[in-house]
Design a protein around this ligand. Structure first.
Ligand code: ADP
Length: 136
């Protein structure tokens, strides 16, 4: 069994994210930790200048609330982590920082069945130092 499981969730595809949360629960032993992670995509400064003030803080707050609700619905204690950055390198950074031994990730966004792996999933599989479960 795994000690620390990271479940990165794309908030545009929460249904698939929830299925991966259930999968994480079934890979847990007593004392295991599950971390739900969303990365709020960072944008370049020249584009961010047009955003209303506090936009990122608002996104982080909303996402945190949504992930906490998903964690609560799972019936297990789960950590929630929301970061601003780029999806794949932030997923890898959090995995390293928090000593994750399993990442559970969807293979691609729904409807993209022709692709073996989406861009985020492919980079995570290639560069992670721990096991990665790719859910199709
Ligand atoms: P696609 O290229 O088809 O969008 P991705 O590889 O980007 O596929 O997404 C597959 C999975 O990667 C998502 O279901 C999710 O698990 C993870 N992921 C993608 N973007 C994010 C994000 N911003 N925050 C957390 N996880 C993400």
């Amino acid at each position: 069994m795994y000690k620390t499981i990271l479940v990165p969730i794309d908030m545009a595809h929460v249904v698939e994210g929830k299925a991966n949360v259930d999968l994480a629960a079934s890979h847990c032993a007593q004392g295991s930790k599950v971390i739900l992670l969303n990365v709020v995509e960072d944008i370049p400064n020249w584009a961010a200048i047009d955003l209303p003030a506090g936009q990122f803080e608002k996104s982080v707050e909303l996402t945190t609330t949504e992930l906490k609700a998903i964690a609560k619905a799972s019936g297990m204690h789960m950590d929630v982590d929301v970061r601003v950055g780029h999806s794949y390198d932030t997923i890898l950074k959090v995995a390293k920082e928090r000593n994750v031994d399993l990442i559970i990730i969807a293979s691609h966004r729904p409807g993209f069945q022709d692709y073996f792996l989406g861009s985020t999933a492919a980079k995570v599989v290639r560069h992670a130092n721990c096991s990665v479960l790719v859910v199709r």
